[in-house]
Design a protein around this ligand. Structure first.
Ligand SMILES: [Zn+2]
Length: 88
């Protein structure tokens, strides 16, 4: 039951705990829909806040766009919280 080592207090609701899970990363970037199944993320067990690992995001953007997109990525990722998760 070593939950603490596997997660952290949720920054949004402060009640739940974000634990590593896999989900489908979905976002829109430059008008294109991106979908990446089985993506590692930390998800709150109470409010379903989703936080993807920055390293994963950077690797994803590198894969898709190379260095060109990197500056935009952080803006997009930080601006949008959780696109389509949690409801239903
Ligand atoms: Zn939460």
């Amino acid at each position: 039951m070593d939950v603490k080592a596997r997660g952290y207090a949720c920054p949004r609701c402060t009640v739940g705990r974000c634990t590593p899970q896999t989900t489908t990363f979905v976002d829109v970037y430059h008008g294109q829909l991106l979908s990446k199944p089985n993506t590692r993320a930390y998800i709150c067990d109470v409010c379903h806040f989703v936080e993807f690992e920055r390293e994963m995001l950077e690797a994803l953007w590198d894969e898709l766009y190379g260095d060109v997109a990197r500056d935009d990525v952080q803006t997009v990722a930080g601006h949008k919280r959780s696109p389509t998760y949690g409801e239903g």
